[in-house]
Design a binder for this molecule. Structure first.
Ligand SMILES: Cc1cc2nc3c(=O)[nH]c(=O)nc-3n(C[C@H](O)[C@H](O)[C@H](O)COP(=O)(O)OP(=O)(O)OC[C@H]3O[C@@H](n4cnc5c(N)ncnc54)[C@H](O)[C@@H]3O)c2cc1C
Length: 416
């Protein structure tokens, strides 16, 4: 086989995993990775920055270090010409001032994830905080640190309660994860502030009331975990977000006002890529992860995985990456394509909290966390071992740590 030009758009958990899986197969594929930044982000670790057990730079993996064989192109995919097999990447918004460029491909893997969707919600984009990147998590943590300082200076319990009210908007596993880590941050911070009492802090998760994207047994376990942690669950649709409250329509159609000084928007259900044939909720793919459209048949050169892909049921990202790597090569060699059948089996929800599914059994607590962290470790070995100890106290993180690229310590990442 000659050089097979594989282009991967997006270097989040899924794109990075796909590039590693292709590399592990030691094929003659020439892999080009298009990413707005020179790092992969291990997004399941991002909420850990909120409670402080993950350092802000830990989820950032230098792509040049981790994937020395891949061509890295900084920019965003902005147009695909599927007939000619050419993409256009746009360097706009990248500080280095990259030029727009066209790249030919034999196979294109879309791994561009999803974006927070605040479109129809008045005030959401101005007043709610996203939690997608380490930088976002640092911003939220700093806001909470500021709220505790202000609350500690207040004699009025009512004002302290207003300052320390937190809401997370979202239904899925990441929203639950963010809520649990924020709750841990609130609980561990109380003891540092003599005037703040446990009853001054409140936390509500606003969504469907039942976590989505997991099976019913997992959803039940997750719901119990949230309630045990002291998180109120509120069903309903958010209509308006303001500086100190949000308004929602509850399941009975009634309008409700929820006080919240810190509002985190964790509804990521809009496709990050505004391209055809990509819909609002992801690219439709078949079980081999080829982009499929009705009435046209699947596109044999176009694959999608991770949050960018829409499948009938959720699948494990690492299993999907391995399937895509196999199928891209098999397609070019005339080999057999594999189906991606493994559904989500493990989720990380905190330092010592996770849920995993082993066949018919659910594994929770530390065992669940261990299962989930093994997934991340297998993708980025040594990611925890080489970093400075986590931040145990609630301290504002200095602005110089508002990093978009990792500090030099990341160069110790072991070569593949
Ligand atoms: C805060 C958070 C917590 C989570 N917690 C858990 C958890 O506990 N357990 C669990 O199982 N899962 C969790 N997840 C979900 C899991 O991380 C996702 O399923 C997984 O990250 C999917 O990765 P992805 O690469 O598809 O998307 P992303 O990680 O969003 O990566 C997409 C990448 O594509 C890039 N991109 C976007 N547009 C373009 C473009 N036009 N061109 C090039 N690049 C582009 C983006 O910059 C980004 O780097 C969490 C996710 C988040 C965000």
């Amino acid at each position: 086989m000659g050089h097979l030009r594989v282009l991967i758009a997006g270097a989040g958990f899924a794109g990075f995993a796909a590039a590693k899986a292709l590399h592990a197969r030691q094929s003659e594929a020439e892999v080009t990775l298009v990413s707005p930044r020179p790092n992969a982000v291990l997004s399941p670790l991002v909420p850990g920055i909120l409670s402080g057990w993950v350092c802000p730079w830990t989820p950032l993996i230098s792509l040049r270090e981790a994937l020395p064989c891949a061509n890295l192109r900084i920019g965003r995919l902005c147009h695909v010409n599927r007939n000619q097999g050419v993409v256009t990447i746009d360097g706009a918004g990248v500080r280095s001032g990259c030029e727009a460029a066209q790249i030919d491909y034999d196979a294109l893997i879309l791994a561009t994830g999803r974006m927070p969707s605040t479109e129809n919600v008045v005030g959401a984009s101005q007043h709610a905080l996203a939690c997608k990147s380490p930088k976002d998590a640092v911003t939220i943590r700093n806001q909470i640190a500021g709220a505790f300082e202000a609350a500690n200076a207040e004699d009025s319990a009512r004002r302290r309660q207003a300052l320390l009210s937190v809401a997370v908007v979202g239904n899925d596993i990441r929203a639950c994860h963010i809520a649990l880590e924020l709750r841990a941050l609130l609980s561990q911070s109380i003891s540092q502030y003599p005037r703040v009492r446990p009853e001054d802090v409140s936390m509500v998760l606003i969504g469907s009331g039942v976590p989505t994207g997991v099976d019913s047994a997992m959803a039940e376990r997750l719901q119990a975990l949230l309630q045990r942690a002291g998180i109120d669950l509120q069903g309903g649709r958010v209509d308006e977000v303001s500086t100190d409250h949000l308004c929602l329509t509850d399941e009975q159609g009634e309008t409700q006002r929820v006080e919240a000084r810190t509002i985190v928007w964790a509804k990521n259900d809009t496709s990050a890529l505004a391209l055809q044939p990509i819909g609002m909720h992801g690219v439709r793919v078949d079980v081999m992860l080829r982009v499929s459209e009705e009435p046209r048949s699947e596109d044999s050169r176009l694959f999608a995985l991770g949050d960018a892909a829409s499948l009938d049921r959720p699948v494990d990202v690492l299993a999907a990456a391995s399937t895509v790597a196999n199928n891209v090569l098999a397609q070019a060699r005339g080999g057999n394509l594999l189906q991606c059948n493994r559904s989500i089996t493990k989720v990380l929800l905190g330092k010592r909290v996770g849920i995993g599914r082993l066949g018919p059994w659910l594994v929770g607590g530390s065992a669940g966390a261990w299962l989930a962290t093994q997934t991340i470790r297998s993708l980025a070995p040594g990611v925890w071992d080489e970093f400075p100890p986590p931040l145990e106290r609630l301290e504002p993180i200095p602005t110089h740590l508002h990093v978009t690229s990792p500090p030099p310590v990341v160069s110790t990442y072991p070569r593949a």
